[in-house]
Design a protein around this ligand. Sequence first.
Ligand code: PMP
Length: 384
Amino acid sequence: NAYLNNAATTPVIDEAIEAMNDVLRHAWGNPSSSHRVGYAAKEALEQSRATIAECLGVDADEIFFTSGATEANNLAVRGACMARKGESRRIVTSSLEHASVTRSVRGMRREGWDVEHIEDVAGNFDMEQLHRALLKPTTLISVMRVQNELGWLLPVPEIVAARDELAPSALVHCDATQSFGKLQTLPRDWGVDLLTIAGHKIGGPRGIGALYVKRGTQMFTNAFGGGQERGLRSGTEPVFLAAGFAVAAKKACENREANLAHAYGLKARFVEGLHDAAPDAIVNSRDDGSPYIVNVSLPSLFSQDLLDFLGERGIFISKASACTENHTTVPKGTWRPKHPLSLQAAGIPLKLGKSTIRVSFGFDTTVEEVDLLLQGIKDFSNMG
Ligand code: PMP
């Protein structure tokens, strides 16, 4: 088998499973309870928070657990804006954001906020458009670090520099879901105020993520209730998920350089081999992007047919981000844009949409798996 869909999710590493088992057996209490059972859970939760903070180079009290990146992104956009309703009521974001940002921003627009999308065609984020955009008073800038379909890097530190110069009162939020644990992700060095991460892209469990909130940043909550996570995210904390997340994050961050070198090798091997496997292939990813994500258009085939063919061989890739795949029943062979921004916004012609695949590597992906995929693409292409 070759699981090459790690940008969608990753298998949970053994160490995380063990840590979660341990918490479920021995620290299963409610962290808010004022007795020994609760204290044990609280201690486990705070240890996990400290570990994740350390990976990011921030303080533990700047980390707020959420149910995942989606919730962290919703909270970042809505929570930052709702706390600043008296101000400019304007959001600047990129045209390549994940739906959890895009749709949160759209919600704010429905409430009367002004929104501007900065173009990023072929991986060239339009800094000039950003500079013009920031001449108007701005409340929030929300930009991702690694684009989840294409692996392109957005110039977050440069965007922060533009904010500092032109719109110093604007907050910067970064969705670092595909960056954390894989590429260096340092919110303080970058100068962002809010940063989203998730556990399941790096060998942790699904259902947990976190929002970094720079100390002193006023935020409004999206989840009302018992006041957990210092009022920002009510709901009894899933202590075992936090433990699994922390273990996976620590391992990923400790091995980041070695993992990265390995991923660059896999990407190079795949891209090189592709010219032989499918001579008309167009690589949409960039050399300077994340090596964990390779996006390719194969104009002479339908990606779903290729996925079916590969799937029978136990090779798993994706044709579009899993977040929006298969939510509606679409007859085989037809293709519909996932959401209005998708690949078209990135400058990939609409007609290639149905022929575009995403291959995403994990820390344990082997060259043999890459070769299996290449052979599969070649065999499928040769079937005519
Ligand atoms: N942002 C990005 C960049 C992502 O890749 C994803 C996952 N596809 C998310 C947000 C949402 O993550 P989750 O489904 O874990 O909430």
